[in-house]
Design a protein around this ligand. Structure first.
Ligand code: HEM
Length: 179
């Protein structure tokens, strides 16, 4: 997984919980905390950091993933060249399609070892979208947070229902309604 995800995560932990918590979580994870945004790292190390942060803060790992997704949305958006960034999107639904059709594909071209999730679109109306999130990384709650960050960017209010399709969470159906 791309280093930018790790550097952003560590920054968020320091901002929200302080340096002491960050140090404790790194120690528990036997992680030196040395990541560069252009490097590539095992995504299991991120899972380990999230689980240990959950132990220290008593906040559910799913909620930590969600807040992380919300916060990282603007950073990811800002990391794109202008030409690829927002496309012609003016809404969350348009942008999700742009992420699947353009952005995550560009990410894979730029970094062959990157492995962004796949979105399969099931149905869409003006106010409702059903899509399946598919990823061996099982980070559907990061996905939820990213969607919420995206909606905030477009000044929209989302209602999201998530139904796991597999026990391990590698496939999750998102039913998204714009209020
Ligand atoms: C609504 C917007 C977006 C959603 C819902 C979304 C979803 C996700 C999720 C859930 C992951 C975690 C990995 C996984 O679950 O398999 C991920 C990874 C990633 N995304 Fe997106 N994303 C969005 C926008 C963006 C944007 C704007 C960029 C800009 C560059 C981006 C670049 C990446 C990168 C670099 C990774 C790491 C892939 C890797 O290293 O393997 N995403 N995305």
């Amino acid at each position: 997984m791309k280093g930018i995800i790790f550097t952003q995560f560590l920054e968020l932990v320091e901002d929200k919980f302080g340096l002491e918590v960050l140090d404790t979580v790194l120690d528990m994870s036997e992680d030196e905390g040395i990541y560069t945004s252009v490097g590539s790292y095992d995504h299991k190390d991120l899972v380990k950091l999230i689980i240990n942060l959950s132990k220290v803060t008593n906040i559910e790992p799913t909620e930590l993933q969600r807040v992380f997704g919300q916060v990282i949305f603007l950073t990811l958006l800002g990391s794109l060249p202008d030409t690829a960034s927002i496309g012609h999107s003016t809404s969350t639904f348009q942008f999700i399609r742009h992420v699947q059709d353009v952005i995550h594909i560009e990410v894979k071209k730029l970094y062959p070892d990157a492995n962004p999730p796949i979105f399969e679109f099931i149905s869409e109306t003006k106010t409702n979208m059903v899509m399946d999130y598919k990823s061996a990384r099982c980070m559907s709650h990061v996905c939820l947070g990213l969607l919420e960050g995206c909606a905030e960017h477009f000044n929209e209010q989302l209602n999201v229902d998530m139904q796991p399709q597999t026990e391990d969470g590698s496939s999750v159906r998102f039913n998204i309604t714009i209020n």
